[in-house]
Design a binder for this molecule. Structure first.
Ligand SMILES: [Zn+2]
Length: 309
């Protein structure tokens, strides 16, 4: 039996099998080294909730220390600033009042550091990784090692904004997590989080192993976000960056498909596309038909607000 949806408890149907060997092989192809044997804990299925459209792993067994110790040893694993950080800052300024903010999974404080020039924002963060917390503290940021439950006990109902930057897709209990985070919100407060928008545009070629279990346990689209809004009783709002033009994406993705990810760049793409015209046309048509969100072709990430009303 397929596991129920981890957000709305709706019935799931299996989209496809994900054998552990395939997942481990995919990770090796991305990072150029084989992951440790316990990084992928077993075989998964990729399931889709027939009620809310969330795509999730079955079993919901998230990657543990073995996976993340290995991933974080590669510099390219770490994000270098994200478009949504600028958007978040804009939203906080637009509040026009003092904001008490908590970031869950603050890491070494890369996002919180961008708020240091906003005196109206009191920014705090928590993380479970000691090394990251120490780095954040050395930068003068208010980040400490604490679990969510502990903060709820101390400060329920006091935050105007709780930020989770690319956290939700990693956890095994996303519905329960958001229900718990809701307890932190002051009246009118909101949860602000970003997740990849799935399928990501490059996944027309093949699923991205970094957007699959045991790394990403859930794959979000607008229907699933609406489901989360219903389940939590919080009002939904979303923002996306402008997606690249379909022909630009198709140029790149055709070359990626023929020669491997990122191997062919710039003008060198033209002869590849001409020699693989039917592939290019197929990829272009996929991108032209990409799901639209708010009237725009979906980008690869979405920033979400769930507000207590
Ligand atoms: Zn569901």
């Amino acid at each position: 039996m397929t596991a129920k949806c981890p957000v709305c408890s709706g019935p799931g149907r299996i989209l496809r099998r994900l054998p552990a060997s395939e997942l481990a092989g995919g990770l090796e192809a991305v990072f150029g080294a084989p992951p440790p044997s316990d990084a992928v804990p077993g075989d998964y299925d990729l399931a889709e909730c027939t009620a809310c459209g969330l795509v999730y792993a079955d079993p919901m067994l998230a990657g543990g220390g073995a996976l993340y110790d290995w991933l974080t040893s590669f510099p390219k694993y770490h994000a270098q600033g994200r478009w949504e950080w600028a958007k978040l800052k804009e939203l906080l300024i637009a509040e026009g009042r003092p904001v008490r903010l908590l970031e869950l999974g603050a890491g070494q404080g890369d996002f919180l550091a961008t708020l240091q020039d906003l005196p109206q924002v009191t920014a705090q963060g928590i993380d479970l990784a000691e090394r990251s917390v120490a780095k954040a503290q050395a930068r003068g940021l208010d980040v400490r090692k604490a679990a969510l439950e502990q903060v709820i006990e101390e400060a329920a109902g006091t935050y105007d904004a709780v930020v989770l930057s690319h956290v939700l897709e990693h956890v095994a209990t996303p519905g329960a997590l958001m229900g718990a985070v809701k307890n932190l919100l002051a009246p009118g407060g909101r949860i602000l989080f970003s997740v990849p928008y799935s399928p990501m545009s490059r996944e027309y070629l093949h699923d991205d192993v970094m957007n699959l279990p045991p790394h990403h346990m859930t794959r979000w689209n607008i229907r699933a976000l609406e489901g989360l809004s219903r389940v939590t009783g919080l009002a939904l709002e979303t923002w996306m960056p402008k997606a690249k033009a379909p022909w630009k994406r198709a140029l790149k993705h055709t070359c990626d498909k023929v020669w491997g990810e990122g191997r062919v760049r710039g003008l060198a793409r033209m002869p590849v596309v001409l020699a693989n015209w039917s592939t290019f046309r197929q990829v272009l048509s996929d991108h032209r038909n990409r799901e639209r969100v708010g009237g725009q072709p979906a980008a690869d990430t979405v920033l979400v607000s769930l507000q207590k009303v």
